[in-house]
Design a protein around this ligand. Structure first.
Ligand code: ATP
Length: 217
């Protein structure tokens, strides 16, 4: 059986080193064969992003270029309909078959909001979920809603080897290098004409400057 495949969705507005370390460390900690990056097209959970989805996609391509374990999936950006993770997972299941172990990568903040996602319970029949620690967002049942805490307790895996025992349905946490970087912080710095250097790759920063992005608060 092939190694589990990581799936990493996000707005990536813009992509930064928090995202890159999450994906890089997920490969190592969880024994993934690679990570498919899936920038959201029209995110249903938040306001209109400051830049176009094509620009966010271009920045993810720049950031992940040169890493042979990273692949960029433009399908949500290219779709006309809103991006719901459950639909993307259903499409990937059809594409990759029922046996492939799929691991949806989320930060602790995103996981805590999982019950607001469209058809959230169906996610578990389609993929495993790996939750990375993130500064300011504890991963513990006390900080989760009752329904999610129950799923967390019932589905939790202690060892990443278990991700290969089934194609979907388990939850695992992993402790990545803690980086208190957010896209919000970067947008704020840039709109105040302050340096965002060393928070994101130079190639992405060059793209932002060339296209005059994030100039307005
Ligand atoms: P924003 O500040 O605009 O909300 P963000 O920095 O949280 O953006 P997203 O694109 O919303 O970035 O995040 C995509 C995924 O990456 C989410 O699952 C999120 O939890 C995770 N993530 C983002 N930044 C970090 C970080 N510094 N550490 C761990 N996980 C992170």
């Amino acid at each position: 059986m092939s190694e589990p495949l990581g799936l990493f969705g996000g707005t990536f507005d813009p992509v930064h080193f928090g995202h890159l370390r999450l994906a890089e460390e997920a490969v190592a900690h969880l024994g993934l064969g690679g990570v498919r990056w899936i920038p959201a097209g029209q995110p249903p959970h938040r306001g209109v992003p400051q830049v176009t989805s094509a620009q966010r996609l271009a920045m993810v391509r720049l950031a992940t270029a040169g890493n042979p374990g990273f692949f960029v999936d433009p399908s949500e950006v290219e779709a006309a309909a809103p991006s719901y993770t459950v639909h993307t997972l259903e499409r990937l299941r059809r594409e990759l078959g029922p046996e492939q172990s799929l691991v949806l990568l989320v930060g602790a903040d995103a996981f805590a909001g999982l019950t607001t996602w469209h058809r959230w319970r169906d996610l578990f029949s389609l993929a495993h979920i790996a939750v990375s620690h993130r500064p300011g967002f504890p991963v513990e049942t006390a900080s989760l809603t009752h329904d999610l805490a129950t799923e967390f307790t019932d589905r939790r895996l202690a060892d990443a080897a278990g991700l290969n025992a089934a194609p979907a349905g388990r939850i695992i946490t992993f402790a990545m290098t803690q980086l208190a970087i957010s896209a919000t912080q970067i947008r704020k710095l840039l709109s105040n004409r302050l340096s965002a250097r060393y928070l994101l790759p130079d190639s992405v920063l060059d793209y932002i400057q060339t296209h005059s992005l994030y100039r307005n608060p």
